[in-house]
Design a protein around this ligand. Structure first.
Ligand SMILES: Nc1ncnc2c1ncn2[C@@H]1O[C@H](COP(=O)(O)OP(=O)(O)OP(=O)(O)O)[C@@H](O)[C@H]1O
Length: 344
């Protein structure tokens, strides 16, 4: 049974429709990132799941039990969801221990102590239970907020941009740590972010939003390599588009010559479209008589990012080969892969 099921959910603020007929399911232990630009409705959906925002159509269920919709509205505190926000929201006048145990009910003294020690160990803060929030680093405070959210054993964890206030250097490590904690406990999670890089690191699945709708949902690799629109393609990374004509079931003709697809194209022969090429899908070969020329070069550490011009076609290419110089002539090669062509 799926943990979270969102079916045909619509929600509005004073008559302005914000979420439009959303569908989303999340399996036990799975982490989904709600990804999209500012104002597209990510936080509104998170609040609707938490019971902090009403829905006007559809339903939200956890483990088959309807929480919102069909005339039902279960109060936020009875939904079994944990929440972690950007600003940690710790109580400054309570110790770490009291913060963590704040929402835990129905345990005796010994059980509470055991729960606390488990949580402190899980978030690697053993021995710091008597400190106050101001005596901890930002990263440690965020870990207290995670321990607090996990302490009452939620079915589902909701995270709203929890890493935005964390220093870039520790952010990556912290994302992996929290992901490992959720996976270890088999807790499902919904994670709001506007950063594709955070979504790639933290989530199993992406749900990409555009103006209150989920336009594509699936594994990060699937959305990156086979996006269903320009919008999804552009949001997830640098894109090049070539004008092409489909000349066979697995072949297109382009300004760079014939390009072969490893899978059948869903287009009629003779139709025109735009071929999507990611910067690493174009290979550079040194060739004094090549048709293309390097016009810009940026060193990025593990790869070089080149701007290349072939006749009138401008391309952005990432290559592990660092030794091409501005002005140098090169040959472009596009190895066979699953081609994505958007119809015109
Ligand atoms: N309390 C509110 N009253 C009226 N409109 C609101 C309210 N909260 C949000 N909105 C509007 O709803 C839309 C979606 O907001 P939401 O916060 O869900 O977006 P978001 O994708 O999470 O954006 P961000 O990444 O900036 O947090 C926006 O147009 C916003 O102005």
């Amino acid at each position: 049974m799926s943990t979270l099921s969102i079916h045909n959910v619509t929600s509005d603020y004073q008559g302005q429709v914000i979420l439009k007929q959303l569908d989303l399911t999340l399996q036990q232990g799975e982490i989904v990132a709600l990804l999209g630009p500012s104002g597209c409705g990510k936080t509104t959906l998170l609040k609707a799941i938490a019971g902090l925002q009403a829905i006007s159509e559809g339903s939200i269920s956890i483990n088959g039990q309807v929480l919102s919709g069909d005339g039902v509205f279960v109060a936020s505190e009875q939904r079994g969801v944990g929440m972690i926000f950007q600003d940690y929201a710790l109580f400054p006048h309570l110790t770490v221990a009291d913060n963590i145990l704040f929402g835990v009910k129905g345990l005796n003294k010994l059980e509470r102590q055991t729960r606390l020690e488990d949580m402190l160990e899980l978030v690697k803060l053993t021995g710091l239970g008597e400190r106050y929030p101001h005596e901890l680093s930002g990263g440690q405070q965020q870990r207290v907020s995670i321990a607090r959210a996990l302490a009452y054993e939620p079915e589902l964890m909701l995270l709203d941009e929890p890493f935005s206030n964390i220093d870039a250097q520790v952010r990556h490590e912290m994302m992996l740590e929290i992901r490992a904690i959720l996976k270890q406990r088999n807790v499902s999670a919904v994670f709001v972010t506007h950063s594709k890089d955070e979504a790639f690191v933290f989530a199993d699945q992406l749900a990409l939003f555009e103006q209150g709708r989920i336009v594509q949902h699936g594994a990060a690799e699937t959305l990156y390599s086979t996006p269903n629109s320009h919008y999804v393609a552009d949001f997830l990374g640098i894109t090049n588009y070539l004008d092409v004509t489909v000349t066979a079931e697995q072949q297109v003709d382009s300004p760079l010559g014939i390009i072969i697809s490893t899978t059948a194209l869903p287009h009629t022969i003779g139709s025109k479209g735009k071929l999507l090429l990611r910067p690493q899908q174009i290979l550079l070969q040194a060739n004094d008589k090549g048709d293309a020329k390097i016009i810009e070069r940026r060193f990025l550490g593990s790869v070089c990012h080149y701007h290349v011009l072939q006749h009138e076609v401008f391309l952005e290419i990432n290559s592990p080969m660092m030794n091409f110089n501005i002005g140098q002539r090169v040959q472009l090669v596009i190895p066979e892969h699953q081609l994505v062509v958007f119809s015109e």
